[in-house]
Design a protein around this ligand. Structure first.
Ligand code: ME8
Length: 514
């Protein structure tokens, strides 16, 4: 196993609702990175899971007429099922109701106490159950309906007054700023980094980290009337997985995490609270947090009340899994908000997949099958046009690696598709079908150059569309052991027998109305 580790995490999702396309999006981004790093020789650990405590889940359970445990068992399963439906490849699925997690949270709490960062006080202020977040008076306003809401999120707030333990976050502002300064890559994209810097520069208030008015959570050690604030509990999942508090655990090698992938809604928890808790406990903060944007549906916010959430199952059923995976990461610059439009998905399916990539594979593989005895054709002397195309394909690995290290999925795909376009132009210019009679040796070389280009492109597309690319690599006779990036610089071997070619990316045809 490689000594280079790569630990990537999704947020752990609340189990108050079933997963929609927003949840699938975050996990998909992590899945692509995990698959890419595995192919690139890293010892990867990819974690996802569910956040099962707190008032929001307790309330959702009560309205479903179930105990919190029975309710979380049920809804947690729908997030586990999503893994299979979307072909995600996590190494583990964590639930905050697991005993190992209670142990980890309580151990972390004791470290914070030992550091002098926890004190008992009384909380009096506004709380949003939907966001599981405290708000100060100035962050709320009363709407026309007389209800008070949090301005940043629009969620209703209620007044909470109860004894509470506090974490001395106010004392951490300078140390956090020094940490951001020293680690410029800690927060991505830059716009989010600036947002966090100005928030922390504005001064931090101590954070209430326990509740006494309900009981669905991890008990505070030594004071069981209190349960831990759900965000302290939830964030801890990332180290529970690595064996915390047992730093001799074989999984501890993965800490600090290389990347916490999150949506922009939860960046403050990950970039302010979490590194402060970790530093207070003498642990290293994660190396990077990336906050992506928000999906809306044909211009509207997705929500339960508008009944317009998009569910991954429905999309996959209508368009196929790999096209959906491709579209989500290609269409919107990663980090920006995006509006989901079926028209755009169909455009990508027919344009990028069927016409560009699919057509390239189909043209080349079918001419090879007809003319080259169902074998990888022989490679003759190369001319400049050949080496130019091969060179561009060869340069892709470094380009894609550096784009993905910045979580620029859209740019990684764009550079790959530039080479696909080059290859299609090369087919037209070289016209291998016309060479059949005049110069069959040259035709073979042209086909070899194309097959080799498709091999390189397809190796890199694997993390995005695992099933389709497996089929293309089968059709090129690339063995399973030749599919990691260690084989990127090798070449297709002439003479290897090839199976009958099959189309991989069909055009989308609107189903006929019943
Ligand atoms: O916040 N567009 O869980 P959560 C894009 N339990 N991404 C979206 C989205 C949308 N419309 N809707 C949701 C929590 N997401 C906490 C996390 S982590 C220690 C605890 C994604 O179920 C996005 O990643 O509300 C967002 O951050 C996450 O789901 C919120 O999931």
């Amino acid at each position: 196993m490689s000594s280079r580790t790569y630990y990537v995490t999704t947020p752990i999702y609340y189990v108050n609702d079933v997963p929609h396309i927003g949840h699938a999006y975050t996990s998909l981004a992590c899945d692509v990175l995990a698959r890419f790093k595995r192919l690139d020789g890293y010892d990867v650990h990819f974690l996802t899971g569910t956040d099962e405590h707190g008032q929001k889940v307790e309330t959702a359970a009560a309205s479903a007429g179930l105990s919190p445990q029975a309710f979380t068992d049920k809804v947690s399963q729908s997030f586990r099922d999503l893994v299979g439906k979307m072909n995600f490849s996590p190494d583990n699925f964590i639930r905050t109701t697991e005993p190992r997690h209670y142990k980890s949270c309580q151990a972390l709490w004791e470290k914070l106490v030992a550091s002098g960062d926890i004190y008992l006080g009384k909380y009096a202020g506004w709380y949003s159950v939907r966001d599981e977040t405290y708000f100060v008076e100035g962050e709320t306003e009363v709407g026309e309906d007389g209800k008070r809401r949090a301005i940043p999120t629009g969620a209703e707030v209620s007044w909470v007054e109860e004894p509470s333990y506090f974490f001395k976050l106010s004392a951490w502002a300078d140390r956090l700023l020094a940490f951001y300064e020293k680690n410029p890559g800690f927060i991505g994209p830059d716009s989010r980094r600036n947002e966090i810097l100005s928030f922390v520069k504005g001064g931090l208030q101590d954070l209430s980290v326990s509740r006494t008015s309900f009981s669905w959570g991890v008990p505070v050690p030594g004071d069981a009337k209190h349960i831990m604030y759900v965000w302290l509990d939830a964030l801890t999942n990332y180290i529970t997985e690595c064996g915390y508090p047992d730093t001799d655990s074989p999984l501890w090698k993965y800490w600090p995490a290389d990347l916490h992938m999150v949506g922009k809604d939860i960046i403050r928890f990950h970039c302010v609270f979490w590194p402060a808790f970790l530093m207070s406990a003498g642990l290293a903060p994660p190396r990077r947090v990336f906050a992506h944007g928000w999906w809306t549906n044909e211009g509207q916010k997705m929500s339960k009340s508008l009944n317009n959430a998009i569910y991954p199952d429905e999309l996959v059923k209508a368009y196929g899994l790999d096209p959906v995976r491709y579209f989500l990461l290609r269409e919107v610059p990663f980090g920006n908000d995006g509006d989901f439009q079926k028209r755009a998905l169909i455009g990508r399916m027919n344009g990028d997949l069927a016409n560009a990539y699919g057509n390239l594979c189909q043209r080349v593989l079918s001419i090879v099958a007809k003319n080259c005895g169902e074998k990888v054709p022989p490679k003759g002397a190369l001319i400049e046009a050949d080496t130019a195309l091969l060179g561009r394909a060869k340069g892709l690995l470094a380009a894609v690696r550096s784009e993905l290290d910045e979580q620029a999925f859209h740019r990684a795909l764009a550079v790959i598709w530039e080479v696909i376009a080059d290859a299609n132009r090369y087919v037209d210019a070289q016209a291998p079908w016309a060479l059949a009679k005049t110069d069959p040796a040259r035709r073979d070389t042209v086909l070899w150059v194309l097959a080799e280009t498709i091999r390189r492109v397809t190796l890199l597309v694997q993390p995005f569309m695992p099933d389709s690319t497996a089929s293309i690599l089968d059709q090129l006779g690339v063995p399973a052991e030749g599919r990691s990036f260690a084989s990127f610089d090798s070449e297709l071997v002439s003479g290897i027998g090839l199976p009958k070619p099959q189309g991989v990316f069909p055009r989308y045809v609107e189903p006929k109305a019943a």
